[in-house]
Design a binder for this molecule. Structure first.
Ligand code: AMP
Ligand code: ZN
Length: 665
């Protein structure tokens, strides 16, 4: 073995081990930071030595492979569905049938949670993950191996005493905390939140870019081992053993030897399901002994040795009184159902989201309908159906509005989006107030002494009609307002004045440009340094910035094309709001005006250290080579396409050491 190969193998086995300890034994042997460092080291070495490629290297977790079409694969053993029951009675009947069919042998059972996600079939050969296939129609599914490899608790290499070849089945779920964090990020970026964890999990498996799947907080919970002669007596033993190889088998699985045990489990989890970190839609009961399973066999659809008990989704029925429409600060319209108040899992529900026009059409809603509302993973309840038996003779079909409920502008449905929009951004009161509320909000300018309601009041009194007007507010105009004592006025004006000190990145975020969330704003601010530079940037220049994609770039260009927006920025500038980064104490300005691309791996510095160094000396780091690139700091393993481009545009390359010399001089 060469030196590099040894190093690579060493890092791989260390990382596999840390992962195993973390996901199987719940112990962190090193910090996240150290883990990331080792991973980085491995990635750099692998980039330098493609000859040692390993499709199950821990570095596969970061993804990056693009799958255009997922290959269809036939399952070696069919993936059946499960028989459903909703009552204790049916469970008793099922148990009785089992006992009868086993001719006097006494069965025992396992009780497991029914994890609510997307099913997956993993094949392992010689201890490495060979293939991951979705359930599909049960006979054939899609090969989503590249995406599955990015899920942290799917072992890529097994430990211990595993069979040479086997399949293991499980459910890919998105735990609730991760789902909520993901949605917070989306809302911050001006995007629609996802509806529920289950659909988001299954959608994540079909993303073409596996590095995107890597960003999704997914988890794989295993529930069955499949294969001939694996040497286990019972289903339970097999799962417990699989844990020792590196699989996550939830410890909520138990063995039961009677109907009482089963019913106890059902009731226990009906009460405790809210405490689980992920969603379940019921429980699954299986005959434990594998010989018994074989004796019982399958019907055409499902195994006779297993059954699921589904919990009723928390549902209630009530009347649809009216439908109203909300206008968001971006102009997006959300239809809302106003309901006769009804109690649903402990809270009174008066409203339900109807999402968009398609949703209303799908439900074929009429005013006065008796509707079913359900609380799923979403925060706001939704209408899941209509009780047609209760429908009267006179029907008022709910027709989607054509004009903005606020300003009466004609609504527009943008191609590719489910939502209708009011495009009257400068004349629509709700949008204007919403935009101002965003600007003063905690994550943006954080203006103390000024709240959302006061902003609405100021607007309604004709004192402000955009965020710049806030800075022109005078004490005399505020004092006569209701609930505005001297003290509140003082606080308000002080808060507004203080906001002039907020950094440029916050101002940029505060403008509320579509898709420009707090993180993107920070990136843009540090790259361009000032509003004037950002405003001049073309779409191509914007895309060249790390982390900025086409959608964000187009949105920015569009925003600054609109004269009222440019005027707004001009006024804010005149009032003294920060429109450029504070000049950090630079080490030097040796690289001022230089646009630099960093490529490859370096001997002494990491790429991030190098990038930081460039910025400390006044230079800028771009992600792609263009005619504006001043030079490229090129390490080992610079990509061939980059080389060609650099040559074509005659961009000079610089080694790490000559770059460091340049800074020294
Ligand atoms: P159904 O889709 O209702 O027919 O239920 C069958 C599906 O339940 C399987 O395809 C699995 O994806 C899922 N499932 C979730 N948890 C379990 C479990 N513990 N055992 C078996 N199947 C499960
Ligand atoms: Zn409007």
């Amino acid at each position: 073995m060469t030196n590099a190969q040894e190093k690579i193998e060493g890092l791989r086995s260390k990382l596999h081990q840390y992962n195993f300890e973390y996901y199987v034994n719940d112990t962190s042997l090193i910090s996240d930071f150290e883990f990331d460092q080792l991973m980085k080291e491995l990635q750099d070495l692998e980039a330098l030595h493609p000859e040692f490629y390993d499709s199950n290297s821990p570095s596969q977790r970061v993804g990056g492979q693009i799958t255009k079409n997922f290959e269809t694969v036939t399952h070696a053993e069919r993936m059946y569905s499960l028989g459903n029951t909703y009552s204790e009675e049916e469970i008793r009947d099922w148990v009785d049938r089992i006992i009868k069919n086993l001719d006097g042998e006494i069965p025992t059972f396992t009780c497991e949670l029914k994890y609510d996600g997307a099913s997956i079939n993993l094949t392992y050969e010689k201890g490495v993950l060979l293939r991951a296939v979705t359930r599909g129609d049960g006979t054939q599914g899609d090969d989503v191996t590249m995406n599955i490899k990015t899920i942290p608790n799917v072992p890529l290499k097994l430990q211990g005493n595993f069979p040479d070849l086997f399949e293991i089945r499980g459910e890919i779920v998105m735990p609730l905390a991760g789902f909520e964090a993901l949605n917070r990020k989306r809302v911050e970026a001006g995007e629609e939140p996802y509806m529920n964890p289950r659909n988001t999990a299954s959608g994540s498996l079909k993303l073409q870019d596996s590095s995107e799947t890597a960003q999704r907080p997914l988890s794989c919970l295993l529930y069955a081992l499949v294969g001939k002669n694996l040497g286990f007596k019972s289903h339970y033993d097999a799962l417990v053993e699989a844990r020792t190889w590196g699989f996550t088998v939830p410890d909520t699985i138990v063995q039961a030897d009677s109907i009482q045990g089963i019913l106890h489990y059902i009731n226990e989890w009906e009460n405790k399901r809210d405490q689980l970190p992920f969603e379940i839609d019921g429980i699954v009961i299986k005959v434990n002994d594998l010989k018994h399973q074989e004796l019982l066999g399958f019907t055409s659809k499902s195994p006779r040795w297993a059954i699921s008990y589904k919990y009723q989704a928390e549902q209630a029925s009530t009347n649809l009184e009216t439908v109203s429409y909300q206008v968001g600060r971006t102009g997006a319209i959300t239809p809302v159902a106003n309901l006769t108040p009804v109690l649903l899992s402990g809270t009174t529900v008066k409203r339900a989201s109807l999402h968009n026009a398609d949703q209303i059409a799908k439900l074929d809603l009429r005013l006065g309908d008796r509707v079913y509302v359900e609380k799923g993973g979403e925060i706001i309840p939704k209408i899941v159906g209509v009780d047609h038996r209760m429908r009267g003779l006179i029907e008022h079909r709910v027709t989607y509005i054509e004009n903005c409920p606020d300003c009466a502008a004609t609504l527009v449905r943008i191609a590719g989006e489910a939502q209708h929009y009011c495009l009257n951004t400068t004349g629509c009161a709700t949008q204007i107030i919403g935009k101002m509320q965003h600007y003063i909000g905690r994550t943006a300018m954080d203006i103390e002494g000024l709240g959302g309601e006061t902003v609405a009041l100021l607007f309604n009194e004709g004192l402000v009609s955009n965020i710049a007007d806030l800075y022109a507010l005078k004490e005399e105009a505020l004092l006569p307002l209701e609930r505005m004592a001297q003290k509140s006025v003082d606080n308000l004006l002080l808060g507004i004045e203080a906001s002039k000190k907020q950094p440029f990145a916050k101002v940029l975020f505060g403008l509320g440009i579509r898709f420009v969330g707090a993180t993107v704003a920070k990136r843009l601010a540090s790259y361009f340094g000032s509003m004037s530079k950002l405003m001049q940037a073309t779409e191509e220049e914007l895309i060249a910035v790390d982390d900025i994609g086409v959608r964000i770039a187009q949105s920015l260009v569009h925003y600054f094309q609109i004269p009222t927006n440019r005027e707004l920025v001009k006024r804010l500038t005149q009032f003294g709001v920060q429109m450029e980064n504070e000049t950090l104490a630079l080490t030097s300005n040796a690289l001022e005006g230089k646009n630099i691309v960093v490529s490859g791996v370096f001997e002494t510095l990491s790429r991030n250290e190098l990038k930081a160094m460039i910025e400390e000396h006044g230079g800028k780091v771009s992600s792609s080579i263009s005619s504006k690139t001043s030079f490229i700091v090129a390490g080992e393993g610079m990509g061939p396409s980059k080389k060609v481009k650099a040559e074509k545009l005659a961009i000079p390359l610089m080694t790490e050491s000559s770059f460091l010399d340049l800074l020294d001089s």
